[in-house]
Structure formats: structure tokens, C-alpha cells
Design a protein around this ligand. Structure first.
Ligand SMILES: [Zn+2]
Ligand SMILES: [Zn+2]
Length: 273
């Protein structure tokens, strides 16, 4: 299984980091987790395309994680010439979000149907809303969900994806909680969105301070990795985004609590498990 970080950014615009998303390739089964800013460009860089997706999994409905879902839907529709159905899984609210996206695209959908004989209807999308502790299969890939904790954002889901002997936990934005421990248990890779609470706390009082109470800090993520027995800790969605010169400092903080491999994510970083 390959895990490609197709976006390691956050809501804060960054020229080098697309919005949050991760592509999991289990042989030919491609699964996208979240669909932030620039995701389709990064998928192309990762040797994939919306057309190749077996499914999109959404962790939660914060805009940074879903802002380019419309591009995934439209590109999938056009490149399949209207024939393929895009499967989207997410927490309750996902159906409404996708339906409103399709309404927002109504003019475009109409123009393209009028212009291309191959297109006789709008994008075919199948949305499945999930609860915590659900399991399902996509081809020979097993997926399990658990509740994460990102209040006041509710509901939020993390995913464990297994293929053969390999397992990865992709848990989205969350503070440490039982659901994350469960998904990351003995995983080959645990991908966690993180912030540096010590640095964010230095910002002037304002909205940035509000993020302190609903994200995992680097050290908390490392503690989770150890508690769960994960083999690799993969950091993504980092606030503030570190420069490469700052990577050793981030790794040192995680190393205080975790002996396994630590990966500071960059766009298109690929982890093979
Ligand atoms: Zn969020
Ligand atoms: Zn986020």
C-alpha cells in the first residue's frame, strides 16, 4: 500500500502546500481521504486522477478538507464522459453538502450537457453517510471508522484502511481520543493533522488561538502513536507550516514520546507500507 500526501496544508494559504488530502493506493484501488485546495493537481502529481478513484472518504465538513470536492466531482464526470459513478463516504451532512455542490455547478453542468453529445446527465455520485464503528470493503480493501473529537465540529470520523497485512490510520483533525487510539492500534502508519501549540499560543490574541483546543499537538500525536503501538507517525496539516530548517525541531518534539519512524509531511511525500 502507498500513502501519498496529496495536500499537507491548512486553511492558511501556502504556495507549497495544497489543502488537506491524502491518497491511498492499494494496488489499483485508489482511495482519497479529504479533498482540500488543489487536490486534483496533486493527484495528477501522484500518478492518479479522480477517474481512478474507488472512493472519496471525508473526515469532516470543515471547508479546508472539502473545498475542492467540486473539482473531483467535475473532473471525474468529464473524464469518464458521464459514465462512471463517484462514491463518496463521509459523516452525516455529506449528502447535503454534495447535493448543494451539484446545485452550485448547475450552470456548468447544463453547458457541458448541451455541448457534448456524450453527456446526457449530470455527475453520477453515490454518497454514503457513515457512523462511527462501521466497517466495509472496497475491492479487497477493508475500511473501518471511529469517532474523533474536533468539537464544535460534529460529527467527525477517522478511518483505518487495511490491505493485506498493511494498515494505515487517517484520522483528520482531532484531539487525542479513544477513537484515534483504536484506529491507530499497531498501524504501519498513523497520519495525524497537527499543530504546534507552543507556537500558536505566541500569536496575538484572536482567531488563531481558537484552534488550540481542537487539534492534536505534535507531542500529543507522538504520545498517541506510542500508546497505540503505531510503527510510523506521519505529520500533516501543520500549523504553523514548518520550513525545512525547522523540521529537526518538530522531529525532536515527537521523538520525546515516540521511538518509531517520524515523517514530516510535504506535498507528494509517499510512504510505502
Ligand atoms: Zn477541521
Ligand atoms: Zn483542517
Amino acid at each position: 500500500m502507498e500513502i501519498v500526501l496529496t495536500g499537507t496544508g491548512t486553511p492558511l494559504p501556502d504556495a507549497n502546500r495544497a489543502g488537506p488530502s491524502t491518497l491511498v493506493k492499494a494496488d489499483d484501488t485508489h482511495i482519497l481521504v479529504d479533498a482540500g485546495r488543489g487536490v486534483v493537481m496533486r493527484m495528477a502529481g501522484a500518478g492518479s486522477l479522480p477517474l481512478f478513484l474507488r472512493a472519496v472518504l471525508i473526515t469532516h465538513l470543515h471547508s479546508d478538507h472539502i473545498s475542492d470536492l467540486n473539482d473531483v466531482i467535475t473532473t471525474h464526470w468529464i473524464m469518464s464522459q458521464g459514465n462512471a459513478t463517484l462514491a463518496i463516504y463521509g459523516p452525516p451532512g455529506t449528502k447535503e453538502f454534495v447535493s448543494r455542490q451539484l446545485h452550485a455547478l448547475e450552470a456548468d453542468i447544463g453547458y457541458r450537457i448541451e455541448h457534448h453529445d456524450q453527456l446526457t446527465q449530470g455527475p453520477k455520485v453515490e454518497v454514503v453517510e457513515l457512523s462511527p464503528e462501521e466497517s466495509f470493503e472496497l475491492d479487497d480493501v477493508s475500511i473501518r471508522t471511529a469517532a474523533t473529537e474536533h468539537a464544535p465540529v460534529r460529527p467527525t470520523l477517522g478511518y483505518r484502511i487495511e490491505h493485506g497485512q498493511a494498515a494505515v490510520a487517517l484520522v483528520g483533525d482531532t484531539i487525542p481520543c479513544d477513537g484515534v487510539d483504536d484506529l491507530a492500534a499497531s498501524a504501519d502508519a498513523y497520519v495525524q493533522t497537527v499543530i504546534r501549540k507552543d507556537l500558536v499560543a505566541l500569536a496575538p490574541p484572536g482567531m488563531l488561538h481558537d484552534i488550540l483546543d481542537y487539534h492534536s499537538d505534535v507531542e500529543e500525536a507522538a504520545q498517541t502513536a506510542t500508546r497505540a503501538g503505531a510503527k510510523r507517525l506521519v505529520l500533516t496539516h501543520m500549523v504553523p507550516a514548518p520550513t525545512t530548517e525547522q523540521y529537526p525541531e518538530w522531529i525532536a518534539l515527537a521523538r520525546k514520546h515516540f521511538d518509531g519512524e517520524i515523517v514530516i509531511g510535504e506535498d507528494l511525500t509517499t510512504i510505502s507500507i
